[in-house]
Design a protein around this ligand. Structure first.
Ligand SMILES: C[S@@+](CC[C@H](N)C(=O)[O-])C[C@H]1O[C@@H](n2cnc3c(N)ncnc32)[C@H](O)[C@@H]1O
Length: 492
């Protein structure tokens, strides 16, 4: 089976596409707004009064009619999960936290279904809801199948500066197996450490010692030591300057996923990440020769993963994308119902185009960028900027984009639209003139492309750069953590 990337809600995708007992390892990192005020989370809402307050939780869940209906469905199934949910309701009332747990319960049940008898699941969470999730996991998987609470101590995160508490410096990863009585896959992991050794102890450790020189040139003896990795993982969190940082707000470091994948799977095994974000788990699986399935509900994530896979693995990173619009009718539906999702998806039709970071003010009028070099590696970095329009196309959009090209000193601007432009709009675009490349080729400065044209293979008219992706080219994935360039455009 080939690797698969699904766009959609994992609760729809899993029953439809993923067979019973087919997956060796599951990693999930469900979205949770941990910075949200704990008290708000516990507050009961009647669905009206607290609406403004709840709005802050764009990412999370509210106790509303939909949540209440889902709750009923879960409870009506009976069994330990139903009992756990009823207990939560008694304790938490109709709160946002209950809505969150109601969202998680049927997904965890589905995940257990698709897991092989010898498989494992790692649930990434933190202190906000981790204690409830562990009870829920006990209900779904059975307490005897709990293996570890892994503490990921991210020691270099910017401290939260709230007063009156110790700054938080860890996430929690709950590790369960499907059946502790099966021959489940687990490899004890070891790491090699070097310890300074005192003069007297040297003799004893002679065979395992290396000598190195310190800054002043003195010989220092160090002992190489195999240390079994325990449940406290001291791994740095991703910093924006890190090579693997892609700009996805909840992106996890590859080092965390490496440990999970190496411990609980073998080469050729199948990993599933049902909340795959910008694809950390799938990228590490690919690098470690595992097969993978990723699911995400936003086109932004899907778009980022496509770029990440291309940058790190090139043609070797083969996978199938399922659930994206493939026809004009699909695209129209997406444009009508989810204009932002449409934007991310449409940009994905242009290889190498990156969504512009969502910023107020500065980037107004720009939805994406593509950098290129047409003067060789050492030459100047040039750019194509994109504007995407899901709805009615109006003449002023063309004029606006022309202004943005000038403001940004971009070489080319492209307007991607659902609707075809009118003749006067084409004329306006044509009057923007040409970009003349050092190769002597000419390219319209303002180009209008419809989704239909892109779907049928029409390309942006730009200079021959060989590889359009040469801007800060990603290190190819080797045995070391893959360095992938930033996928969001960040204007320096
Ligand atoms: C915390 S992020 C995961 C980050 C990821 N571990 C990484 O390193 O990039 C959670 C992701 O789950 C996705 N998501 C939320 N609800 C979903 C659902 N019902 N089905 C599929 N994906 C969902 C969000 O779009 C988001 O990208």
């Amino acid at each position: 089976m080939s690797n698969k990337l699904y766009y959609g809600d994992n609760l729809d995708i899993l029953p439809r596409y993923v067979a019973d007992e087919s997956v060796d390892l599951i990693y999930l990192d469900p979205p949770f707004n941990s910075n949200a005020d704990y008290n708000i989370l516990f507050a009961e809402h009647d669905g009206t009064g607290a609406a403004a307050q709840i709005k802050a939780f764009v990412d999370t869940w509210q106790w509303d009619e939909t949540a209440a209906r889902t709750y009923e469905v879960v409870v009506e199934q009976g069994g330990p999960v139903s009992q756990a949910m009823q207990a939560f309701r008694m304790l938490l009332g109709g709160s946002d936290l209950l809505a969150y747990l109601t969202m998680m319960a049927p997904r965890l049940v589905e995940l257990r279904r698709v897991l092989k008898r010898t498989g494992s699941l790692y649930l990434h969470c933190d202190a906000t809801a981790g204690h409830y999730l562990k009870i829920l996991m006990d209900a779904v998987f059975g307490p005897k199948n709990f293996r570890n609470e892994i503490i990921w101590y991210y020691y270099n995160k910017m401290h939260d500066r709230r007063k009156g508490l110790f700054p938080n410096a860890n996430d929690t990863i709950l590790f369960y197996v499907k059946d502790v009585d099966s021959e489940f896959t687990f490899h004890q992991l070891k790491e090699m450490r070097e310890q300074p050794v005192k003069q007297l102890a040297r003799k004893k450790f002679q065979g395992r010692m290396v000598n190195v020189k310190d800054a002043e040139g003195h010989v220092v003896y160090r002992m190489k030591e195999d240390r079994t990795i325990d449940n406290v993982w001291r791994l740095p969190c991703l910093q924006p300057a890190a090579a693997e940082w892609l700009g996805y707000p909840t992106q996890k470091p590859e080092s965390v996923l490496e440990r999970i994948i190496l411990a609980s799977s073998n080469e050729g095994d199948l990993l599933l990440d049902p909340f795959c974000g910008c694809g950390t788990a799938v990228a590490v699986s690919q690098r470690l020769n595992r097969r993978w399935i990723g699911i995400d509900i936003t086109h932004l994530a899907i778009n980022l993963i496509k770029n990440r896979m291309q940058d790190a693995f090139g043609a070797k990173g083969k996978y199938e994308v399922i659930g994206e619009p493939v026809s004009v009718a699909d695209a129209e539906e997406l444009a009508g119902t989810k204009p932002y999702q449409f934007q991310y998806w449409a940009l994905g039709l242009v290889p190498g185009a990156r969504p512009a970071e969502i910023k107020k003010g500065a980037d107004k009028g720009i939805d994406g960028r593509l950098y290129f070099h047409d003067e060789g590696e050492s030459g100047q970095t040039k750019q194509v900027i994109f504007s995407v329009k899901a709805g009615q196309l109006h003449a002023p959009y063309i004029r606006d984009l022309r202004g943005v090209i000038d403001r940004e000193k971009a070489e080319i601007g492209v307007l991607i639209s659902m609707q075809p432009p009118t003749q006067p709009m084409r004329a306006e675009a044509a009057s923007a003139g040409f970009y003349d490349s050092p190769w002597g080729t000419r390219h319209p400065r303002l180009q209008l492309l419809t989704v239909e044209e892109l779907l049928t293979g029409k390309k942006v008219d730009m200079p021959p750069t060989g590889d359009l992706r040469t801007f800060k080219k990603a290190r190819k994935a080797g045995t070391k953590p893959a360095a992938t360039r930033k996928l969001f455009d960040k204007k320096s």
